[in-house]
Design a protein around this ligand. Structure first.
Ligand code: GLN
Ligand code: ZN
Length: 754
């Protein structure tokens, strides 16, 4: 048996790639220096894999920004507006990722989108009339040479043509089939080159097979691979899937001349059934994805061995990760502040390499394997997740009616209209105000122990006071306290709840040079003290306006954390919901009449296959949200917020959250969702964002007025709110203040015209 991985994180142990790239963008280092950092990182990562005993080492998984953008550039899928800038190759590449602005030209970036159901984002390739696909880039071949020079046995990796076509954006009336021929030609050339380089394996990634594949897609897939596999030569090709299973094409794929098939056996339980039911061809290698690439826990060797046995395959098996290791941090060795009993269960990228190596020995049943298995069995035998009986007791007591808010929404709407007596088109914001330098400096000083808790809080109270006054002066209707006390909307709650652990260096790439440090859920989640009450109550005491309480929802906290796996997801989320429910009731008890529960990550958790949407996700995610707010009085108004507008296909589920008001993005002039809301008689009151907070632009009064007028024509005016797209924390105060002033004035004008 042998071992491999699908890909390795490239940001570097200490985020070297992030810092070098950002220095390069600021012209602090030159191209040569940046390329050198890239080379150095590749070397370090390959040697780490070699040292861990990985047999087939992926080459080509490195990227300065995004792998899909890399392939698009290698295949000449680069819109001419970028080429016309006449930049160096690397700068042309960054221009596509980031946009470009100088006296040489002004071009917007290509869109950025979530990579399947992960929190990683890819750059969307654009196919148009002018797209002329051909192999023009040497990135992969250069890296192969580089690896060979270091004594590495490379497995070349590239994203496959089917996935590129499924994720691309097509303009000028173009369609995926229009590009089949040149793609076959280009991938055949890739194979020719790898043959010349004597590469033994090429891994072609086709995660898009984890989506539903209809007959048209299936034909597309067949055409592509029937063409490409003809030119394999001596290079062996493994079709690599992840993030799910390949149920729609399995029986077909096993008949094609692939030399290996890589399957995710962690998320893709269906793959296990497919193999058991249809068998696995003895002339192919099974790349068995048994080590989880998306979570941070140690592998349970007994379970993995059992799983592999149950497949009953006679063909050779390569032990593999379930996905690229891009989704986990670099090494758990740094995490000396995590409690030892938790830490010993952590496996980040480096530890996972070692697990593959150990599993290989366990399967060989040699001395090293015996020792490793014994240690692993002991680890899992002794595992203790902090158990909080009160939490389990509460969950056991839950009744169906605990998930239902009374009276029904239409009734509440009437009651609330009367009690709140807000003007038509009430104006509000999404919660955070700019996190200016002084706000961050104050937090930093507190974390360093340079100021007391009282001094820290007093600073934030002053900020609240100032921003409440500012909102009153500008004439906003429903105010917020500004969220100055929060570093991050998930971390802040994790910090204040039992059951979470935090890493020092657990960075994971989110997009480009941006990283996130997801909290880890290890124990039962429980609230021991009020979290947001003090700041909300203080803000509320300063004004006659309503001040919105502000919390992060259970599904978002769950989706943006690394969660324990010993109990079902549904149970972890229910624990979070109960903790937040107490917070909501506490806010209500202390006089907060409007409470917003943010769920920006609700949509991203949707399974890739439509048939799984409800059964595997929404059927517990929606009730989890309802459990948080179902206990409030009819006169308490519940808001929710989603940053995006791509929920047109789950409108029923969104209405089913049973919030009173929802705010979301709408300022980019795309009325798709607005039309869908109108056609479907969406019930929840709505605040479509009229200000794009992701841009430094300040929208003019006229522009906002125009947008609100359009919205008023499409949607019932009594259900409409006016607000920005999202929180203001990343904007400057000047940008945020001017924009909000324009929003309030624009709203006043529209009201007059009604
Ligand atoms: N209330 C949060 C804020 O205003 C919401 C952030 C988000 O949706 N990502 O910052
Ligand atoms: Zn948002």
């Amino acid at each position: 048996m042998s071992t491999t991985i699908i890909g390795f994180p490239r940001i570097g142990h200490h985020r070297e790639l992030k810092f070098a790239t950002e220095h390069y963008w600021k012209h602090e280092i030159d191209q040569k220096a940046l390329l050198k950092v890239g080379r150095q990182l590749r070397k370090t990562h390959w040697l780490a894999q070699k040292k861990a005993g990985i047999d087939l080492i992926p080459v080509g998984d490195f990227s300065f920004y995004d792998n899909l953008l890399d392939v698009a550039n290698v295949l000449n899928i680069v819109p001419s507006r970028y080429k016309q800038l006449k930049l160096s190759k690397l700068d042309e590449y960054f221009a596509q990722a980031q946009g470009y602005q100088s006296n040489q030209g002004n071009v917007r970036a290509l869109p950025l989108k979530k990579w399947f159901n992960t929190n990683y984002h890819y750059i969307v390739p654009e196919f148009s009339d002018e797209t002329n696909i051909k192999l023009v880039g040497d990135k992969l071949f250069n890296e192969v040479d580089e690896a060979k020079a270091l004594g590495i046995n490379p497995k070349a990796v590239i994203i496959g043509p089917y996935t590129i076509l499924k994720l691309g954006r097509f303009v000028d009336g173009k369609q995926p089939v229009d590009f089949v021929k040149p793609l076959i030609e280009a991938y055949s050339k890739v194979l020719d080159r790898l043959n010349q380089q004597n590469v033994s394996w090429l891994q072609i990634d086709e995660p898009a097979l984890s989506f539903d594949v209809d007959s048209e897609d299936h034909q597309l897939f067949d055409k592509l691979y029937d063409g490409i596999l003809r030119r394999k030569g001596n290079v062996k090709v493994v079709l690599q899937n992840y993030f799910g299973d390949i149920r729609d094409v399995y029986t077909d794929v096993i008949k094609k001349p692939f030399d290996g098939i890589g399957l995710d056996l962690v998320e893709g339980d269906e793959n296990i059934h497919l193999i058991q039911q249809h068998g696995f061809p003895s002339d192919k290698v099974l790349f068995a994805g048994v080590v989880n690439g998306r979570n941070v826990w140690r592998n349970n060797y007994d379970q993995t061995i059992e799983l592999l046995r149950s497949l009953n395959v006679k063909s050779p098996v390569v032990l593999n990760t379930s996905t690229s290791l891009l989704f986990v941090p670099y090494t758990a060795e740094d995490e000396d502040e995590v409690a030892p009993d938790v830490r010993q269960h952590l496996a980040f990228a480096i530890q996972k390499l070692n697990e593959l190596h150990e599993l290989d020995h366990v399967l060989q049943d040699d001395d090293e394997g015996k020792r490793a298995l014994a240690a692993n069995e002991k680890l899992f035998h002794d595992v203790k997740h902090p158990y909080r009986p009160a939490v389990h007791h509460r969950i056991n007591q839950l009744q169906p009616q605990d998930y239902i808010r009374k009276p029904e929404r239409s009734e509440r709407e009437k009651i609330q209209k009367k009690t709140f007596d807000l003007p038509i088109l009430p104006t509000t914001t999404i919660g955070s105000f700019p996190q200016t330098k002084d706000v961050r400096a104050n937090r930093h000083k507190f974390n360093q122990g340079k100021i007391t808790k009282e001094e820290y809080d007093q600073f934030n109270r002053n900020k609240i006071k100032r921003i409440i006054k500012w909102q009153e002066d500008v004439g906003l209707d429903v105010l917020v306290h500004g969220e100055y006390e929060r570093n991050d909307m998930v971390e802040y709650f994790g910090d204040n709840l039992d059951g979470f652990a935090f890493t020092k260096n657990g960075w994971v790439q989110s997009y480009g040079t941006r990283g996130v440090k997801p909290p880890i859920i290890w124990g039962d989640v429980q609230r021991t003290h009020p979290i947001t009450v003090a700041s909300s109550v203080y803000a509320n005491s300063l004004t006659d306006h309503y001040v919105k309480g502000m919390i992060t929802g259970p599904v978002t906290i769950f989706n943006w954390s690394f969660s324990r796996e010993d109990i079902p997801q549904k149970e972890v989320v229910t624990q979070i919901s109960l903790a937040l429910r107490d917070e909501v009731l506490d806010l209500e008890k202390h006089g907060i009449k409007i409470i917003q529960i943010d769920e920006p990550a609700l949509r991203e958790g949707l399974p890739l296959r439509k048939s799984d949407w409800y059964v595997k996700y929404l059927n517990w995610a929606v009730p989890a949200f309802r459990l948080v707010h179902s206990g409030v009085k009819p006169t308490t108004q519940i808001h929710t917020h989603m940053c995006y507008s791509r929920f047109g296909d789950i409108l029923d589920a969104i209405d089913d959250l049973d919030a009173d008001v929802i705010s979301f993005e709408a300022s980019r002039g795309d009325f798709t969702l607005i039309n869908e809301l109108a056609e479907n008689h969406f019930q929840t009151e709505m605040g479509p964002g009229v200000y794009d907070i992701h841009s430094p632009r300040i929208p003019s009064e006229e522009e906002v007025q125009d947008l609100i007028t359009k919205l008023v024509h499409k949607l019932p005016v009594k259900k409409l709110w006016v607000n920005p797209d999202c929180g203001l924390k990343t904007r400057t105060e000047k940008q945020a203040f001017e924009s909000l002033k324009n929003i309030v004035e624009a709203t006043k004008r529209v009201r007059k015209e009604l």
